[in-house]
Each structure stands twice: as structure tokens, then as C-alpha cells.
Design a protein around this ligand. Sequence first.
Ligand code: UT7
Length: 336
Amino acid sequence: MQVKTYNAGICGIGYYVPERIMTNADLAELVNTSDEWIRTRTGIAQRHIAGEGEAVTDLALQAAKRALADAKVEAEDIDLVVFATLTPDRIIPSAASTLQAALGAKHAAAFDLSAACSGFVYGLSVASAFVQQGIYEHVLVVGGEVLSRFVDWEDRTTCVLFGDGAGAALVGRVPEGEGFLAFDLGSDGSGGDALDIPAGGSRLPVTEQVLAAHQQFIHMDGKAVFRFAVKVLGQTVEDSLKKCGLPPEAIDWLVPHQANQRIIDSAATRLGTPAEKVVINIERYGNMSAASIPVALAEAYEAGKFRRGDVIALAGFGAGLTWGSCIMKWSKEDKS
Ligand code: UT7
């Protein structure tokens, strides 16, 4: 029996960031740091921070509504919600289920996906498989984070890096030859201790001692993650390019995870991608983990940068350690 398959791609995209902005100068009042140190080491000038009582699904709801409006798809027509996040509202229920209810996507299945900063690319690969096989027609993929609640505001080595936000993409059927061309996903769990939240899971439940030691917050060996990132970011794009038979010169736009300007520059240099083809917004948002790539993608689209047929490479890396990239042919008409 021959099974009919479909081409899958992004049919709608949107993003949302909370209103409150925290500048490097604001941070210098909290910890021993400076605007100069943060800018030169990371490229970050400011980040958006969720308001009191604002959780990740609140940000995601706004991003998802925009993605649906852009795709001209109703919430009731969504078949599946995949929510990539490391900062869900609660451990259970999933952020995806909470978002499903808030959206009124009453026919959708829903689950969270845990791959940290690589989560959005992982989520697209899941959506792509469901749509290609004809199992589902409309899959909403969200990358959202409220990292400000998991950051140790007394630790200058991490608190200056992160920000809050959400991006969403509606994945559906696209014409032949367009949409997702290849994915490359990977994991090296032996590096898991380099970037973790030690407590709050089944390994180390939260106790008073745990709280006193700040083990409920993000801990990172910045240098180890930096070395890993410089190695994998360009490599994963090369690997997914190989899978679809394209050379690095074919890339019209590189949309990388926004963790550090120096990491992005080194990947772009390795791929030979000129700076004007690299989408960068780290200066205004910091590192939003799973939200970084979809927010950058949605912003660039709204700015009218993409033309139908452009080859776009997405590439992420993060806790796990994980990495993931995707090559796609943009299938939407120009926004401009
Ligand atoms: O999406 C998750 C993936 N995460 C990442 O990709 C992060 C990857 N790592 C990095 O981006 C970089 O390692 C950092 C930006 C985190 C740090 O940059 P670095 O160039 O590796 O700095 P460092 O950790 O070697 O620190 C250099 C100095 C140290 O002082 P000493 O020991 O030389 O006296 C730090 O204590 O800078 C000090 N320092 C700071 N100074 C001012 C560390 N953080 C700060 C700070 N302000 N916020």
C-alpha cells in the first residue's frame, strides 16, 4: 500500500515579549557587573522580564494568537500543540495543555518538549513528521520561557545572560519543494552537568538546605558551554545542509540561537555566511532559550526580510547538552 505524504513547513509565525525591560545598567545595581563587561562578552544590552504573576503560557498565548492570525488558521483547527520550554508554569499539567485551553484549541493533543535552547528546532522536527505522514494537518510549535524566575539574581555569571519571551509557529502543508528540507538533531548527555537546575526534580527535591544553597536556580559552567557551542553550532548546520544536498553558500538567512554574539560570529565565519545574512537580536532580548530562535525568525519575517523560496537555516544548542538545526525553504509570501 502506498502511503500519501505531504510537504511540511511554517504557515504562520508570531512572537511576544513582556513589556518590562531590564538594562545592563539596571543589573549593575543588583550585582557587581557593568554594561561594558556584558556587551563585550555577550553582545547583550537589555532583556525583557515577565511581570508579577505573568507565566510562560501567558506569553505563549499572545505569540500563538499572532501565529494563527498570520496563518489564517482557527484555534479549533489545531491538531497538536508542542510546547518547547524549560520553564513551564507548573511541572504538571504541561504548559502545552494549559495553552491549549487558553487558546480554545479543543481538538488538539498537547505535550511539552524538553530540549532547552534546542527545543524549538526539536519541536519543528516533531511537527514536520506528523504533518508529512498525514497524521495531523496543523501543529502549533511554541518556544517560550520565563527564565527570570529560574535565574539566581545574586549570581553575576548567569543573571546577566537571560531574558523572557515566546515565539510560535503554525506548521502545516506547503507546496512541493518548499518548507522543511532537512533536520539534524543531537545530544551529548555526558555534558549535562555543565548547564542545569540541580533541584526541584526527582534527583534532588526542594528542601530548606537546597534553597539556602540556591540549587533551585540555573547553574552553568560558561566556558564549557561556550566551547561546546562553538564546536556544534556550525557543525550541525553543515550536517543538515549535507542531508538536503545544499552547500553553505545556499543559505540566504542564518537564524541561530541567541546565547552569545561571539558564538554566533564563529558559526557564521565557519559557514562563510556574511553578517548581513545572520539574524541577530541578542542585544535587545538576551538569551531566551527555546524562545530565541522563533522570536528572531518572527521578527525578521515581520520586518519583511524573507522572500518566498529563501533558504533559511535555524540552529540551536543548549542544556542536555543538545543541539539541532533545520534547513527550510520559506514558503510564505513576502510580509512587506
Ligand atoms: O543557551 C544556553 C547556552 N549558554 C551559553 O551559550 C553560554 C556560553 N558561555 C558564554 O557565553 C560565556 O562563557 C559567558 C558570557 C557566560 C562568560 O564569558 P567568558 O568570556 O567565558 O568569561 P569568564 O567566565 O571566563 O569570566 C571572566 C571574568 C571572571 O573574572 P576573573 O576570574 O577573570 O577575575 C569572572 O568572574 O569575568 C568575571 N565575570 C563578570 N564580570 C562582570 C563573570 N561574569 C561577570 C559579570 N560582570 N556579569
